[in-house]
Design a protein around this ligand. Sequence first.
Ligand code: NDP
Length: 491
Amino acid sequence: MAELDKSQHEVAVAGDWTYASAPESRDIVHIADRYGHFVGGEWLEAAETYETIAPRDEEPLSAVGQGTAADVGRAVGAARAAYADGWSSLPGSERAKYLFRIARLLQERSREFAVLESLNGGKPIKESRDVDLPLAAAHFFYYAGWADKLEYAFPNRRPRPVGVAGQIIPWNFPLLMVAWKVAPALACGNTVVLKPAETTPLTALLFCDVLRQAELPVGVVNIVTGDGHTGAALVENDDVDKIAFTGSTEVGKEIQRRLAGTGKKLTLELGGKAANIVFDDAALDQAVEGIVNGIYFNQGHVCCAGSRLFVQESIYEPLVAKLERRLSTLRVGDPLDKNTDVGAINSAAQLEKIRELVASGVEEGAEIYQPPCVLPEKGYWFVPTVFTNVAQSYRIAQEEIFGPVLSVLTFRTPEEAVEKANNTPYGLSAGVWTEKGSRILWMAQRLRAGVVWANTFNRFDPSSPFGGYKESGFGREGGLHGLEPYLEFDE
Ligand code: NDP
């Protein structure tokens, strides 16, 4: 026995358990030097371009078209022609075939899309590979299933398509937002003009190649790139029948003002400041994972991020200790590294906004915790951050930071938790952690949020409607509800 002990002591044990780097190859992706706009199935040369970059190291990736009102006009013309030339009257079962094809092509080319998404947007490859791409394909599969069942979905209401949909999307889930917008619109027989976000146009442009492979009739989907002016031109185009917008509350309000009285249909998916509420009977280790996933997933660039953590007072200290310990194990760095948990901030402007709000938190008196973390020298980075000692009136408890920053507050009773959670202009999502099913239902009835997760967070499914209350917008995407904004009814 003594000998065995001795030999065990001689076994070499590694002292350093840090992960070796595991970079995903980017060879699978071809990026053109220059892109125009995808209009009527062809590439329209852009008169003006801007540079799109990789936020991880500011590497220029390509020159992308800055769409003018005239470009938008041509795209809307192509969409109108495709609508009239047969797409809107195609049997649903035929439209479904195209959607199924698009879904399968996205699955086949998922690695290529995932690498490009992480390169252009900064999110970790394990997220684009395991979340964005599977969900984007799932959305097309799901809405393909509805295309020939609209009469059953809305019995006795005789649904028909709206016409040309103008769709404006943000930079946090570039391809997934394409899927959320395009799939239901096409399933209902509409045609589309879509504007991707200025900083993340590349996967939407690669998606045009999927449309070509799927042999989608020309003009059914058109993509015009550019900044907010291009988006505004789409909103103002008289021949657009419906606008679907995802982005900031500020721009959403502006769009609503512009469309007032025009008769155009509108859906707005805007910001959020979600409450993630942990009761003292919750499984704490699971809750900690849910909190981390809730706020550090996609660097916190998530409209439904659990950015306000409400902890029942009796478990405040152990929970915060566990959370801070877990934070120190998060790996921040190269988005293309398969081990990375937290990638790059999407843009210099967004990094500046996060810094400004974090500085306000310190100034107002909150206590900041950031784990030791070596950040890359180039690119846009922010250390995962927790604020404790936060008052409800602080800006970090009121405003959407859209970064990896969590504000921790406390409560004593369920009633207090509900009151504090609802004390925000937003109402997009919420999370409840408790072992009592009855308490989950009690809370879900009282929380003013479009989605309430129980003992989990940031779970998405194409069959589940998603959308907000109050300043988080109106209209739903996903599920049966997601069809309705793309339909008119002869009742
Ligand atoms: P925006 O709301 O400005 O952008 C969303 C989309 O709208 C983009 O495609 C944008 O183009 C376009 N756009 C901008 N101005 C107009 C306009 N006047 N008319 C029509 N379209 C327009 O969000 P930002 O990217 O500027 O981010 C600002 C803040 O918004 C973030 O810090 C975050 O708090 C919040 N946000 C919330 C999101 C959500 O999902 N709820 C998503 C993104 C941001 P362009 O990209 O060129 O600006």
